[in-house]
Design a protein around this ligand. Structure first.
Ligand SMILES: [Zn+2]
Length: 105
């Protein structure tokens, strides 16, 4: 019997391990719309939250014009403009999954 096919969400998690990818990159790699990537990401964040061996990394969006970093942003999508200089050239946030190091006895 063949193993069950991996869902887009599982494949997304595989891609994110040790990586830093934007939702646009993920959409291209998975062949699904960016909108769906964002939906899946929300679930990935939740399941990683229950998994103490792994941690979800969110590299925040930044404004290339003034250097503003969207640190407090909890949403996963890209902000549309900079609150400081109103630039619309905000970089996309990037995501990754990292293993949490266990205590080394
Ligand atoms: Zn700015």
């Amino acid at each position: 019997m063949l193993p069950p096919e991996r869902t887009p969400r599982q494949r997304m998690m595989d891609l994110l391990i040790g990586a830093r990818l934007s939702s646009h990159q993920l959409a291209q790699m998975l062949g699904i719309p960016e909108r769906q990537v964002e939906d899946h990401l929300a679930h990935v964040v939740k399941s990683i939250g229950h998994d103490h061996s792994r941690r979800f990394i969110l590299e925040p969006s930044t404004c290339p014009d003034c250097g503003f970093v969207f640190r407090d942003r909890s949403r996963l999508t890209r902000p549309s403009r900079c609150p400081k200089c109103r630039s619309e050239g905000i970089t996309a946030p990037r995501y990754g999954i990292e293993a949490v190091r266990k205590d080394q006895n």
